[in-house]
Each structure stands twice: as structure tokens, then as C-alpha cells.
Ligand binder design. Structure first.
Ligand code: C2E
Ligand code: CA
Ligand code: CA
Length: 872
């Protein structure tokens, strides 16, 4: 009987084997797999029933209970149902007395198996060996109990013969079958999970852009997955099985090898950044590697994901470079489109003194020095808008207020639409650079000994002066100056003394000129003075130069103190006037130089003009000055009187006009000498002489009733009016001569009053307090402003003779005369017309409101004796 059961056990093993194949074949088929399983379980039962232990006809025992219970447990309802139908059908077909109990022994294990399965799936019971054994016992105890349902004889026979072997073998068989089936299920389950996991892993590895490398501990490529095969050193097939050192340089391979060892030694992922030359060129990778658990082909291994970070790296590199560049020596400013400062660097703070907190959010105007013109900024912004850039030198202001030069470059940053989004400016402080430049310039353009401009700078300024004088229509002059006996100083006292003398000369020259002029040293004892902005007429200009030249000669004449020595030195000056650009600067210098030699030839300590005509006129003037001086001393200047009349042809007074009774040239009128006297500073003396003669005349008139009412008008030059002691001098004269101040009238011209209106008002008021009267000469040719007329203590307006002369033909002049008369009327002033030559003129002037006259119609300026005849 034991043998029979073993036979049954063999059958069960066959069942398991077939079941394994079946499950493999129909893994995922949800109908075919259970159907076939059911068939297998059913067939096994049927085969078991074909070779049963037959106790008597119709009373058979086999292992169907074990098979069916396991079909329920591991197969599920469908498998169990198919198996149960087959087993039950066959048992029913066999028939016999045990048929019903036999059928019950089909149903019971199936139901128990399903129940077990149900509880197992809910986690209430396990399928461990002990549980399976207990289950087998339960099934077969119930099977034994079912035997009791057989007719009594058969029941006792069965219990006696079968119960013990059955309880000994079948629970064990159930256990073994269960274990085998469980193992099949378990293995299938694992295989499926593995397949799924592999599929998932495959999908993941294909989805990530990184290279996946599996390297063993010897640095051998075990596996390579490359979504972008070009990122590999070599095609995958060539790479597999190779060692690192076979595909990369020695150094790189060693680095990788060390990395693998490090990864193997660590539990956490390791990171390595490396650059290699792949099939697409130099590529930077970031590798993350993790140790693989277990061995791969007997070796430890690592899995590495390598990511191409070339782009990120280059962006990062650029950012780093930009950051370094931004923090460079140059000051940097980034602004928005409206010039609001967004960012600055440290160099900016160092240069300007402004911290980020000071300037961020501010307009860049905060730096502006005010030195640049609006046109400068306009040109700058024009360049930026046209070319997106500007570069140049600019003066800005530091936080401490200091103004400094900087080299500024501005670039406009535009967005995708071409609109300016930002401006980036870099600035370099060039004050030091500028200072150095200035020093170089100084050395190049200035004389080392005296610090004066040298020949180069002079030529430069000369060219500018030529252009400027041509433009302005004004004269300029070049003065060549040479010390007369400098060689002697050097020879007698040594070069050091000579040098000191030159420095002193340079100093005196610099003081003697105006700020717009230039003194240069050409070398040795040669100096050049460049005079600019002179008068537009050559004679006037020559006069100015003459005056400056004389001043210079005087300044240089004074003794020089050098140590213990007292030296004297004079100079000779050659002058060249110019007012155009026609001659080259060198040519001008040559001519000025020539005239200097002429000056020397003329006897040193002299000034000579290059132009002979000019020289002549200057010489003539110098002579005239000398002559005037002599004439003043000799009392050659005499007073002539020109009568002044009222509307009734009655004599009311006279104007004193100077005449020069020249011993050789005869009687000279003011035109021949007044201007020269003014320029030579002799006019004051002359005017005072006239004033004295006038006062004497007044005093004389006062003695006779016929003339005591006459007034005498005296012309005064501006220079006299503004002299500090003028008021006193006039009062002294009046006192000395005994003249009545009320009879004295002083004629002033409008223009001279403007020089110092307040001073003029002060003096005039002081004199007016003594009864002296004032008349404005040549009225109508100047400003004639109401404002100043009101301020001045005036008595009379004297209509200029040009308006009278134009009568009767010129209606304009008449209108002016009329206006002057009404102005005088409104200011309560007298009016007198001068230059009245005809009756028509007199009548016209009179008809327009002027009742006093002076002119040839009534008498020319005449000597006193002649004037005396005018009145009885
Ligand atoms: P003025 O003060 O405007 O003097 C009037 C000038 O007109 C005088 O010339 C006179 O001779 C001239 N004159 C007078 N009536 C007539 C006329 O009907 N027809 C023409 N054609 N001329 C007439 P004069 O004497 O040659 O003086 C010229 C200028 O010299 C004066 O102009 C005055 O500015 C200045 N002057 C004369 N004497 C002195 C003086 O003692 N001191 C100063 N500082 N300047 C004086
Ligand atoms: Ca006059
Ligand atoms: Ca006049």
C-alpha cells in the first residue's frame, strides 16, 4: 500500500512539472492558463483514480484530496472548478458504493483549498510548511470522517485499512505538493517582477539623456547605454569589454580608475567632472557613480550616469568671466534704459567714492561735473543711439566734489526687438595719466629754465592767434625781445648769474603783459611776446603795442639784484603786427626777428616795427608826444573861444576850444594832437591848462557889466574827470582865479560817463553843489538813455553838429533834434545846437524848440582878442 502512495507521489511530481511548463507558457493569459491548470489538476486526479487502492469493488482510495485542495489553494476558483468537474465526473462514472462519499471527497478539499486561498489572500494565514501540513491533516481528517458515512461494513473496513496510511501519507503529500506549487508560483511571481523591473529600468535608462556606464573594479566597460551614441568615446560595440586605459589617455584613465575605487568604497553616489574628446568634440561631463550590490561576472562594479554639461559649463564659465571682468580695474556701471543705475562694481566705488547704496536707483547725472556743454552730451547720445556705443574723455565729479577726468565707454544693450534695455559703461580714472601727460606736455612745450612757453608752444599759439585775429578782424603782434648786453653778463659773472638774470627777466616780462598775451623764451637771451586782441585799426594797434613795449622796456631797465650783484640790462624789441593767416608762422617770426635787429641798430633799449610805414607813424607819434610835452611846458596851448547865441542873436557865452600855437607848425587845431595827448596821458594836463585859462577869462568877464553874464563852456576828457583829486583841483582853480563857479560849464561826452557812472555822478554832484553847470556834448550820438540822464546832475544837452549839418535836407535828423528838445524839456534841461552854419538851420532848429546856438553862422573859434570885439 505504501508503494501505491509513493506511486501517487510520483504522479504529483509529474503534475508539478507540467504545471510549471503550463504557467510558463501561458503566463499572462487569464483564461487559458487557469483552464489548462484545471485540466492538469483534473487529469492528475483522474490518473490517480485509474490506479487507485481498491479495497473492494467501488471503494477506491487515491490522492485526489491532496491534489484538489492544492488546486483550490494555488489555482483559484476556475482551476479548482475544472479539476473538480473532471475528478467528480470520473468518480461518478466509476460508480460503486463509495460514489457519494467519493464525490464528497472531491468537493470538500476544493472548498477547503478555496477557503484557505481566501484567507491567505487577505493575509490571515500563511502558506508556510507547518501551515500546509496542518491544512493537509485537516483535509484528510475530514476525509477520514467522511468515510464514516459509508455503509457500516465498508466504513469499518476503510477506517481499519486506509485511515492510518492515509493520515500518514496524504497530509505529507499535500505539504510537498503545496510547497512545490508555492515555489512555482513564487518563482513565476519573481520572474514577472524581474521582467517588469527590467522593462522599467530599460525605459528609464532610455529616457534619461545621460550616458549609462557599468564599469567593473578593473575599469572594464561591462555595459554601456547611450541615448546619444556620439557622446561615447567609441561606438558601443568597440567599447564593451575594453579597459579604461585602452580608450583614454593614461592620466584620464588613472583618474577614472581612482574614481571607481572611491565609489566602490563608498555607500553614497560619487561625483566626478571630466572633459574628454568624444565623437562630437571636446565635451564636459558630470559623472555620478554608485556601487553595484553583488558581483558582476565575479567582479565588483559601479554604475555611472554621465551627463553632458558642456553648455552649462560654458555658460557658467562665461558668467564667471563676466563677473571677474565686472570686478576689474575699470569702474563699471549698468543702468536701465532711462540711465538709472542698477549695478556698479568695486572699482567704480574706488574711483568715484560712491558706494552701491549711494548710487543704485540714481540717475547717472549724479556724476556730472558740469564741465561738459549740453552739446557735448547731445553728440554723445547721438553716437549711442546711432552706433550703440560711445567712447571718450569726460570730466565727472567724485562724491567728495572733486572733478576728475575719466575715459568712458558706453555701450547700449538691446533686447530681441532692438529696444535699448540697458547701458553698460566702463570708466577709467585718467587723472594720474593726465597729470603725467601734463608733465610731458610741460617738458615738451615749456622752457626748463624759466618755465615760459618754448618755441614749439609759441608757434602753436601763434597759429591760433593768426586764425583768431583773422576771424575777429583784430590785430595781433609778435614782439622779438633780446637783452642788449647779456653776453657781457655771462662773460663777467658766469652762466649761473646769467641764468638767474634770465629768470628775473622772464618774471618781469610776465608781469608786464596782459593775461591774454604770451611770453615765450626761444633760448639764450631771446624772448618773444605774443600780443593778441589788439585794436582793429593798424595805427591804433600799433599804439597799443607801442605802449606795452614801452612798459616792457621800462620794466626791464630797472636794476636786477642777484646775490650781492646789482646788474642793469636793457632790451631791444622788434615788433610785427598781423591780422591775417596769409603768412606762415615761421615767416612772421623771421620778420619780427629782423625788426629786433633794426631796433638794436637804432641804438638798443628801443622798439622797432617791422613795417616801415608803421614804424614811421609810430615814430611820428612819439615825436609828437615829445612835442606836446614840450609845448605844455612852454605854454603853447591857448584858448580860443566860439560864441554861443540865444534866439535873439544875443551873445550868451562861449565854448573854450584849445589851439596849439606851435613854434614851427603854426596854429594847430585839436584834431592834430588831442588823440595823441590822450594816449600819452597828457590830456589831463592840457585840460587843466584850458580850465585855468577859462577861469581866468571868467574872472575877467566878471569885472565888466557887459560880460559878467557870459558863461564859458570847457571840454573835459574822461581821464581828468575820473582823477582822484579832480574836484579839489577845479575848486582850487576857481578859488585861485576868483571865477564864479555859476558861470562855468563843463562839457562831457556821453560815452565817458558810462565808464563809472556812480563815480561820475559823485564828482558832478560835488561840483554842482558849488554852482558849476554840466552839459552833455555831442548828444544824440551815444546811448541817450533816459535812465542815466535822470541820475546825472545835468543842465544842458548839446545837440551834435552832425544832425544840424544834415539840415534842412534830412528829415531824420530833424526828427532826432525834435526828440532831443522834447526830452530836454521833460527833464527840465537847456538845449544848445552846435555847428549851425546857415540861417535855415538856425530857423529849423529854433522852430523845433532849441533856442541856443553855436556855429560858424555866429562865429568861428577865435582868439580872446577877437572875441572881445564881439561885445562892446
Ligand atoms: P567839440 O567839443 O564838439 O567842439 C566843437 C567843434 O566843432 C570844434 O572843433 C569847432 O571848431 C567845431 N565847430 C563849431 N561850429 C562849427 C560849424 O558851424 N561848422 C563846423 N564844421 N565845425 C564847427 P575844434 O575846435 O577843432 O575841436 C574839435 C574837438 O576837440 C572838440 O569837439 C573837442 O572834442 C576837442 N577839444 C577842443 N578843445 C578841447 C579842450 O580844451 N579839451 C579837450 N579835452 N578837448 C578839446
Ligand atoms: Ca565841446
Ligand atoms: Ca561837440
Amino acid at each position: 500500500m505504501i508503494l501505491d502512495f509513493i506511486q501517487g507521489a510520483a504522479l504529483l511530481l509529474a503534475l508539478c512539472w507540467l504545471q510549471t511548463i503550463n504557467r510558463r507558457l501561458w503566463t499572462d493569459h487569464c483564461v487559458m492558463a487557469p483552464l489548462l491548470s484545471g485540466l492538469l489538476f483534473g487529469t492528475t486526479c483522474v490518473v490517480g483514480m485509474l490506479t487507485p487502492i481498491v479495497l473492494q469493488q467501488g471503494l477506491i482510495f487515491d490522492a485526489r484530496t491532496a491534489v484538489l485542495s492544492m488546486a483550490g489553494l494555488f489555482g483559484g476558483p476556475l482551476v479548482a472548478a475544472v479539476a473538480a468537474l473532471m475528478a467528480g465526473g470520473y468518480r461518478f462514472w466509476l460508480g460503486g458504493s463509495g460514489v457519494w462519499v467519493g464525490l464528497a471527497n472531491v468537493l470538500m478539499p476544493v472548498l477547503l483549498g478555496l477557503a484557505y486561498r481566501y484567507w491567505h489572500q487577505r493575509g490571515k494565514v500563511q502558506t508556510g510548511p507547518w501551515q500546509l501540513l496542518a491544512f493537509g491533516l485537516l483535509v484528510h481528517v475530514l476525509t477520514v470522517l467522511l468515510l464514516t458515512l459509508l455503509p457500516a461494513a465498508q466504513a469499518s473496513l476503510s477506517l481499519r485499512q486506509v485511515a492510518v496510511p492515509m493520515l500518514l501519507v496524504l497530509p505529507l503529500a499535500t505539504l510537498i505538493l503545496g510547497l512545490l506549487l508555492r515555489d512555482i508560483e513564487y518563482r513565476l511571481h519573481t520572474e514577472r517582477a524581474l521582467a517588469q523591473s527590467e522593462a522599467r529600468m530599460g525605459a528609464i535608462t532610455r529616457a534619461i539623456p545621460d550616458l549609462l556606464l557599468v564599469l567593473d573594479e578593473d575599469g572594464r566597460y561591462v555595459d554601456v547605454v547611450a541615448p546619444e551614441p556620439k557622446l561615447l568615446l567609441l561606438p558601443r560595440s568597440q567599447l564593451l569589454g575594453k579597459h579604461l586605459h585602452e580608450v583614454m589617455s593614461q592620466g584620464e584613465a588613472e583618474r577614472f580608475y581612482a574614481f571607481i575605487q572611491r565609489t566602490l568604497a563608498s555607500d553614497t553616489p560619487q561625483i566626478l567632472q571630466y572633459a574628454i574628446h568624444t565623437q562630437v568634440g571636446s565635451t564636459v561631463f558630470e559623472g555620478r557613480a554608485q556601487r553595484l550590490e553583488g558581483l558582476l561576472e565575479g567582479k565588483r562594479a559601479v554604475v555611472m550616469l554621465a551627463r553632458d554639461i558642456s553648455e552649462r559649463e560654458s555658460v557658467e564659465m562665461e558668467r564667471r568671466i563676466a563677473a571677474i571682468a565686472f570686478e576689474s580695474q575699470q569702474g563699471m556701471v549698468i543702468t536701465d534704459a532711462s540711465s538709472k543705475i542698477l549695478r556698479i562694481n568695486q572699482a567704480f566705488s574706488a574711483i568715484t567714492g560712491y558706494s552701491a547704496a549711494d548710487v543704485i536707483g540714481q540717475d547717472t547725472r549724479i556724476l556730472s561735473s558740469g564741465r561738459q556743454t549740453p552739446e557735448f552730451y547731445q553728440a554723445m547720445w547721438r553716437s549711442i543711439s546711432e552706433t550703440s556705443a560711445w567712447e571718450g574723455e569726460i570730466w565727472n565729479r567724485r562724491k567728495n566734489g572733486e572733478i576728475f577726468p575719466e575715459w568712458l565707454s558706453i555701450s547700449a544693450v538691446r533686447d530681441g526687438h532692438g529696444r535699448v534695455s540697458n547701458y553698460v559703461a566702463s570708466l577709467t580714472d585718467i587723472s594720474e595719466h593726465k597729470a603725467a601727460e601734463d608733465q610731458i606736455k610741460h617738458l615738451a612745450f615749456f622752457d626748463a629754465l624759466t618755465g615760459l612757453p618754448n618755441r614749439r608752444l609759441l608757434l602753436d599759439r601763434l597759429q591760433q592767434a593768426q586764425a583768431a585775429s583773422a576771424r575777429k578782424g583784430k590785430f595781433a603782434a609778435l614782439m622779438f625781445l633780446d637783452l642788449d648786453n647779456f653776453k657781457n653778463v655771462n662773460d663777467l659773472h658766469g652762466h649761473q648769474t646769467g641764468d638767474q638774470l634770465l629768470c628775473l627777466v622772464a618774471e618781469r616780462l610776465s608781469h608786464a603783459i596782459r593775461s591774454c598775451d604770451t611770453v615765450a623764451r626761444l633760448g639764450g637771451d631771446e624772448f618773444v611776446v605774443l600780443l593778441e586782441d589788439l585794436e582793429p585799426h593798424s595805427e591804433d594797434a600799433a599804439g597799443q603795442v607801442e605802449a606795452i613795449g614801452q612798459k616792457i622796456l621800462q620794466a626791464l631797465e630797472a636794476p636786477y639784484l642777484i646775490g650781492e650783484l646789482e646788474l642793469r640790462s636793457t632790451a631791444s624789441i622788434g615788433v610785427l603786427l598781423f591780422n591775417d593767416e596769409l603768412s606762415g608762422s615761421h615767416e612772421l617770426m623771421k620778420r619780427a626777428d629782423l625788426s629786433m635787429y633794426e631796433a638794436k641798430a637804432a641804438g638798443k633799449n628801443a622798439l622797432r616795427f617791422f613795417d616801415p610805414a608803421m614804424q614811421e607813424s609810430v615814430s611820428a607819434r612819439l615825436q609828437l608826444e615829445e612835442d606836446i610835452r614840450r609845448g605844455l611846458a612852454a605854454g603853447e596851448f591857448v584858448m580860443y573861444l566860439q560864441p554861443q547865441m540865444d534866439e535873439n542873436y544875443s551873445l550868451i557865452g562861449a565854448e573854450a576850444l584849445v589851439r596849439w600855437q606851435h613854434p614851427q607848425r603854426g596854429l594847430l587845431s585839436p584834431a592834430a594832437f588831442v588823440e595823441v595827448a590822450e594816449r600819452a596821458g597828457l590830456i589831463e594836463l592840457l585840460d587843466l591848462q584850458m580850465l585855468r585859462q577859462a577861469c581866468e577869462q571868467l574872472a575877467e568877464w566878471a569885472r565888466q557889466p557887459a560880460t559878467e553874464e557870459l558863461r564859458l563852456a570847457v571840454n573835459l576828457s574822461a581821464r581828468l574827470l575820473y582823477q582822484p583829486h579832480f574836484v579839489d583841483q577845479v575848486l582850487e582853480l576857481l578859488a585861485a582865479t576868483g571865477a564864479d563857479p555859476h558861470r562855468l560849464k563843463l562839457e562831457l561826452t556821453e560815452s565817458l560817463l558810462f565808464d563809472d557812472l556812480a563815480g561820475a555822478v559823485l564828482r558832478m554832484t560835488a561840483l554842482k553843489a558849488h554852482g558849476i553847470r554840466f552839459s552833455i556834448d555831442d548828444f544824440g550820438t551815444g546811448y541817450s538813455s533816459m535812465a542815466y540822464l535822470q541820475q546825472l546832475p545835468l543842465d544842458q544837452l548839446k545837440i551834435d553838429q552832425s544832425f544840424v549839418r544834415a539840415l534842412p535836407d534830412d528829415p531824420n535828423s530833424l526828427a532826432i533834434i525834435r526828440a532831443i528838445c522834447s526830452l530836454a524839456n521833460s527833464l527840465n534841461l537847456d538845449v544848445i545846437a552846435e555847428g549851425v552854419e546857415t540861417e535855415v538851420q538856425r530857423a529849423l532848429v529854433l522852430a523845433n524848440g532849441c533856442r541856443h546856438f553855436q556855429g560858424y553862422l555866429f562865429g568861428r573859434p577865435m582868439p580872446l582878442s577877437e572875441f572881445a570885439r564881439l561885445h562892446p
